[in-house]
Design a protein around this ligand. Structure first.
Ligand SMILES: Nc1ncnc2c1ncn2[C@@H]1O[C@H](COP(=O)(O)OP(=O)(O)O)[C@@H](O)[C@H]1O
Ligand SMILES: [Mg+2]
Length: 264
C-alpha cells in the first residue's frame, strides 16, 4: 500500500453511523490535517466517541468512507490494516489501565502484542515512554491504584504511545484533573506533538485546552460536523448550540484569562 502523504491522515466522507433506529451520524464530513491538534466538541451523546471508535476501526461505518492518507480501510489488505492500526494510539475516556499490572507491564501490552522484541528491550522501551510522559522512573513499578489521577492519565498516554504511532486519539484526557494538572497535561501534549510529529484528535470539554493547544476545533452537532475552523471563527459561528457553549461564563473566563493568546 502506497500512503499518499499529500492527503490528510484522516478523512471522513458522508459518514453514517447508527445503532438500530438511533442514527448518530448522517452526511458527516470531517478531516484531520497532518501534525495538527484538532479539538472535537459536541454535546453529551452527540456521537464524539462513536466517531473516534469509527476512525479507530472499532466500529464499521454504516455508510460513507473513512480514508487514511487517501486509502479506505476496507480496500486495505489484512496486513496493511494491521500496519495502520499500529500507527494509531488511543487514550480512551477514563483511560482504563489494567489494574493487576504495573505501569511498565501496561505499556508493554501493545509491545508484546505487536512486536517480537525481547523482554529486556520491551522493558527498556516501556521505561523510555514513562520518561517521555513526565513520570518519575519509579512509577514504572507502581500499580494504577498507587497513582494520582494525573499520573494515571500520563501512564495511559505512555501506553498509547508504546508503538510510536503517527496518530493519537484522546477522549476527554483532562476530564477529572484539577486545573494545574490539566494545563500540565496540555503542555505535555504539545511537547509530544513536537517530539514525535504526532497528529492529534482530541475530544474535550475543556475550554482552556481548546484555547491553549488546539490548532482547529470541530463541532459535532445535528449528527454532523457543522464547522471545523480556528477557535475565533468557530466562536463566531451562528448556531444555537455553539453560541450557548462558547457564550457562557466559563468560555468568557477562559478568554479573559488570556488563554486565547495562541489562538487570536
Ligand atoms: N455500543 C453502542 N450501542 C448502542 N448505542 C450506542 C453505543 N455506543 C454509543 N451509542 C449511542 O450513540 C450515541 C452517541 O454516543 P457517544 O458517541 O458515546 O456520545 P458522546 O458524544 O457523549 O461521546 C448515543 O445516543 C449512545 O447512546
Ligand atoms: Mg464520549
Amino acid at each position: 500500500m502506497e500512503l499518499d502523504y499529500s492527503k490528510p491522515p484522516v478523512e471522513v466522507r458522508n459518514l453514517r453511523s447508527a445503532f438500530g433506529s438511533n442514527v448518530v451520524h448522517e452526511n458527516l464530513d470531517f478531516s484531520v490535517n497532518g501534525r495538527e491538534i484538532l479539538g472535537l466538541v459536541g454535546g453529551s451523546g452527540s456521537g464524539k466517541t462513536v466517531l473516534m471508535n469509527t476512525l479507530l476501526g472499532l466500529k464499521e461505518p454504516d455508510g460513507g468512507n473513512v480514508y487514511y492518507f487517501g486509502h479506505d480501510r476496507r480496500d486495505m489488505s489484512f496486513k496493511d490494516r494491521q500496519t495502520l492500526n499500529n500507527q494509531m494510539g488511543v487514550l480512551f475516556q477514563g483511560g482504563a489501565l489494567f489494574s493487576s499490572m504495573t505501569v511498565r507491564e501496561n505499556i508493554m501490552v501493545p509491545l508484546r502484542e505487536h512486536t517480537n522484541l525481547n523482554p529486556a528491550l520491551m522493558r527498556e522501551l516501556a521505561d523510555m515512554k514513562v520518561h517521555m510522559v513526565g513520570l518519575p522512573a519509579h512509577a514504572a513499578t507502581l500499580y494504577p491504584a498507587d497513582l494520582s489521577g494525573g499520573m494515571r492519565k500520563r501512564a495511559g498516554l505512555a501506553r498509547a504511545l508504546a508503538l510510536d504511532p503517527k496518530l493519537l486519539f484522546l477522549d476527554e484526557p483532562t476530564a477529572g484533573l484539577d486545573p494545574i494538572g490539566a494545563s500540565e497535561f496540555d503542555q505535555l501534549i504539545l511537547d509530544l506533538r513536537e517530539a514525535m510529529g504526532l497528529t492529534i484528535l482530541m475530544i474535550t470539554h475543556d475550554l482552556d485546552t481548546l484555547f491553549t493547544i488546539c490548532d482547529r476545533v470541530s463541532v459535532l452537532v445535528d449528527k454532523h460536523i457543522a464547522i471545523t475552523d480556528s477557535l475565533p471563527n468557530v466562536m463566531a459561528f451562528q448556531h444555537p448550540w455553539v453560541q450557548e457553549y462558547f457564550g457562557g461564563p466559563r468560555a468568557r473566563a477562559a478568554v479573559e484569562a488570556g488563554n486565547g493568546a495562541g489562538a487570536f
